[in-house]
Ligand binder design. Structure first.
Ligand code: AHR
Length: 623
C-alpha cells in the first residue's frame, strides 16, 4: 500500500469533535462519580431502608420510616427511633454499594479525613449516638460519639470528621443509638474530604485525560423517563442536597441528585468542554410506549428550558442568574448548545420540537438547538426525521449508532455521502457491539476505523462521543462501556484508548490523503484493507496519520511524503494492538498505547508496517 498526502488544508476540524456523553446509567453517579459513600442516606429509595441493615438489641426500641414532618417537602422520608429504656440500643449499618464480598462496601484510606454529617431532631430524647467504620469481624477503624441531652426541636445538621487508622476496601458504616425518647435521623452522609465538588477525583481525572471538546448530559433515556413522571427535571437537582427532589430513574434505581445540573456545568467548565444539556421534549421514552404532554400544556416544559438558559447564561440581576450566583458562580456558563429530546421521532416530536425551537430562538437566538434522531440510525424513521430536519433548517441532528464491528468497518464512508446543506451531526452516542457485548479489542478497533470517517467528515460531524461512559461493576444495566470502576479503583477499556488517541492527536485541519487500497467483500459487507485519515496541527506543525489495520496479517505501507516538505528524522508512533478478544481489567491491561520511534530520511518516503489488528497514530513533525 502507498499512502500519499498533500500539504493543503481541506477544512478546519472543530474543537468540539471528541467529547463525553454523561448519563446516570450503570450507577455512573450514585455509587460512582458522586463521592457519597452511604447508600440511601436519605431513606428516599423505593425500599426506604435499601442499603441498611438493622440490629435491634432490645425489644423496647422501635424503628420506623416516617414522613410526617420532613426536612423539606422534596425529601419526605426519615428514620424515627423510639425507646422506653435508657439502656436500649439499636444499630444501623450501611454497607455502601456492595456488589459482592470482594467488590463493594465502603473503601477507606488510613490517615484520610471523611466528612460525616446527618440531620437530627428529638422528642424528649436523652442518650448517645456513636458512629464508626468497621470490618466484618466488628473491628472499628474510626469512631466518634455524639451525646444528646437537650431537646432538638428543629432539624439540625451534625458534622464530624472520621479519620481511619487503616486502609480497608470493604468497610461498613455503623450508627449505634442508645437512649430513651424519640430520635429522628435523615441525610446520613459520608464523603471523603479529598473530592472535587463531592465528585471522585480519580474518575474526574480520567475524564480530563480524554480532553473532551463537549459534555453532553444528563442522558440518554434518563431524560425521557419511562413516563413523564420520572423524566429528568433540572430544577429538582440544584440547591442544598436535602432540598433536591430525588427520583427513580428509567434505569431502575434511585438518583439522589447529589450531582445535579449545577455540578454538571461546573464539571464541563473544569474539563474545558462545551456543555450540551439535553431536555425532555414533553415526551417520555418512545421505545417503552410514549407518554405525550398535550401540546397546550407544553409551556411548563418549555419554560424549564428558558429558565435553564437564564440560570446558565443570564446576568446576576435576573431571577435564575441570581440563583447561579448564590450557588457560587456569578460568571455565566456561556452555554452555546442545548438538545431538545433524546431518541424521539415522528410528527408528535416534530410538532413539539418546533414549539420549543420558536420560544428558545426568540429569547436566545445565538444558542444552537440539537434535534434528536430516532434510536435506529437506518430505516424509514431515520429517513423521515432527516428529511424533516432538512426542511425545517435544523442546526444539529443527534445520531446514535450502536452497531456490530462489521457494520462499522463497512460504513466508514457513511458521512462522505451526507448532504452538506443539511444539519450538522452530533454523533451523541456510538459504540461497537461485539459478540457478547464485550469491551474487547475487536469492538475498539472497529470504532477506530469508523472514526477515520468521522474525522474526514468533520465539516459535517461536529461532535462524537462513545456511550455509555461508566460502568460500576455489579450495578450495571448496559455493556459495553468506556470506563469501568468499583468503589475505589477503575480501569480503562480499549475503546477509551481509541477515543483518547483521537482526542490527543487530531490536528486542527483535515488534509487530503489517499491510499492504494483493496476493497474486500466478505459476508455481504464491503471493507477496506486499511482505513486511514490525515490531519495537520498548525500549532505543532505536525501531520498525524491515523492508520487502522483490522485484519490478522501485517500490512506494509509506504508513506510517500509530498515533494516540497522535509520532516524531522524521528517520527513518533503510538500503537494499539492485540488480539480481537483482548480485554482490559483492573490489574491487567491487554490493550495499552505503546510508543515507538521510526527513523525516516526526512524526504521522499518511508516504510511502515501496520501490524495485524492494530491502530496506529504516526506523528510526522515538519521542518
Ligand atoms: O447509552 C445508553 C442508552 O442508549 C441511552 O440512554 C439512549 O439514548 C440509548 O438508547
Amino acid at each position: 500500500h502507498v499512502l500519499t498526502f498533500e500539504m493543503s488544508l481541506i477544512h478546519a476540524i472543530p474543537q468540539t469533535l471528541f467529547g463525553i456523553f454523561f448519563e446516570d446509567i450503570n450507577h455512573a453517579v450514585d455509587g460512582g462519580l458522586y463521592a457519597e459513600l452511604i447508600r440511601n442516606g436519605s431513606f428516599e429509595h423505593i425500599f426506604s431502608l435499601e442499603g441498611w441493615a438493622l440490629e435491634l438489641c432490645e425489644e423496647s426500641i422501635e424503628v420506623s420510616v416516617d414522613t410526617s414532618n420532613p426536612i423539606h417537602p422534596n425529601n419526605k422520608n426519615y428514620v424515627r427511633v423510639r425507646s422506653d429504656d435508657p439502656n436500649a440500643e439499636i444499630v444501623l449499618i450501611n454497607l455502601g454499594y456492595t456488589a459482592s464480598p470482594i467488590r463493594g462496601g465502603i473503601p477507606i484510606k488510613a490517615g484520610e479525613a471523611y466528612n460525616l454529617s446527618f440531620f437530627v431532631r428529638t422528642v424528649g430524647f436523652t442518650g448517645e449516638v456513636s458512629v464508626y467504620l468497621e470490618n466484618r469481624r466488628g473491628e472499628k477503624y474510626a469512631e466518634s460519639l455524639v451525646r444528646i441531652s437537650e431537646q432538638i426541636d428543629d432539624w439540625m445538621r451534625i458534622s464530624l470528621e472520621l479519620v481511619p487508622k487503616v486502609t480497608f476496601s470493604n468497610s461498613h458504616f455503623v450508627m449505634r443509638i442508645k437512649g430513651q425518647g424519640e430520635l429522628h435521623l435523615d441525610m446520613i452522609s459520608l464523603i471523603p474530604k479529598n473530592t472535587w465538588h463531592n465528585m471522585r477525583t480519580d474518575l474526574i481525572n480520567v475524564l480530563k485525560d480524554l480532553k473532551p471538546g463537549f459534555f453532553r448530559f444528563p442522558g440518554g433515556c434518563l431524560v425521557e423517563g419511562d413516563s413523564l413522571s420520572n423524566a429528568y427535571r433540572w430544577k429538582d437537582t440544584i440547591g442544598p442536597i436535602e432540598e433536591r427532589k430525588p427520583n427513580r430513574n428509567l434505569w431502575g434505581y434511585h438518583q439522589s441528585y447529589g450531582i445535579g445540573f449545577y455540578e454538571y456545568l461546573l464539571l464541563a467548565e473544569y474539563l474545558g468542554a462545551e456543555p450540551v444539556p439535553i431536555f425532555n421534549a414533553g415526551i417520555s421514552c418512545q421505545v417503552r410506549g410514549a407518554e405525550y404532554c398535550p401540546v397546550d400544556e407544553l409551556d411548563e416544559w418549555i419554560q424549564d428550558v428558558l429558565d435553564f438558559l437564564e440560570f446558565a447564561n443570564g446576568p446576576t440581576d435576573t431571577y435564575w442568574g441570581s440563583i447561579r450566583a448564590q450557588l457560587g458562580h456569578p460568571e455565566t456558563f456561556n452555554v452555546k448548545y442545548i438538545g431538545i429530546g433524546n431518541e424521539n421521532w415522528g410528527d408528535q416530536y416534530h410538532e413539539r420540537f418546533k414549539l420549543f425551537h420558536t420560544a428558545i430562538k426568540e429569547k436566545y437566538p445565538e444558542v444552537k438547538i440539537v434535534f434528536s434522531g430516532p434510536p435506529s440510525y437506518e430505516g424509514s424513521n431515520f429517513r423521515y426525521a432527516m428529511r424533516w430536519a432538512k426542511e425545517n433548517d435544523v442546526e444539529i441532528f443527534d445520531e446514535h449508532i450502536y452497531a456490530s464491528p462489521e457494520w462499522l468497518l463497512a460504513n466508514t464512508e457513511r458521512y462522505d455521502r451526507y448532504d452538506r446543506t443539511g444539519p450538522r451531526i452530533m454523533l451523541g452516542e456510538y459504540a461497537a457491539h461485539a459478540p457478547g457485548r464485550q469491551n474487547n479489542w475487536q469492538a475498539a478497533l472497529a470504532e477506530a476505523a469508523f472514526l477515520t470517517g468521522v474525522v474526514r467528515n468533520s465539516d459535517v460531524v461536529i461532535m462524537a462521543s462513545y456511550a455509555p461512559l461508566f460502568n460500576r461493576i455489579g450495578f450495571s444495566q448496559w455493556v459495553p462501556d468506556l470506563i469501568w470502576f468499583d468503589s475505589a479503583s477503575f480501569f480503562l477499556t480499549p475503546s477509551y484508548f481509541v477515543q483518547k488517541l483521537y482526542a490527543d492527536h487530531t490536528g486542527d485541519y483535515l488534509i487530503p490523503s489517499e491510499i492504494t487500497n483493496e476493497d474486500l467483500v466478505l459476508i455481504g459487507y464491503r471493507y477496506k484493507a486499511i482505513y486511514h485519515v490525515c490531519t495537520y496541527n498548525s500549532k505543532s506543525n505536525e501531520i498525524t496519520v491515523f492508520l487502522v489495520n483490522p485484519w490478522p496479517d501485517d500490512k506494509s505501507v509506504k508513506i510517500q511524503l509530498p515533494e516540497n516538505i522535509r520532516t524531522r528524522k524521528e517520527i513518533n508512533l503510538i500503537r494499539l494492538c492485540g488480539s480481537l478478544t483482548d480485554i482490559n481489567n483492573f490489574d491487567d491491561y491487554a490493550i495499552v498505547p505503546v510508543h515507538e520511534k521510526i527513523i525516516s530520511n526526512s524526504c521522499g518516503s518511508f516504510d511502515f508496517i501496520a501490524k495485524g489488528y492494530s491502530f496506529n497514530v504516526l506523528k510526522i513533525g515538519l521542518e
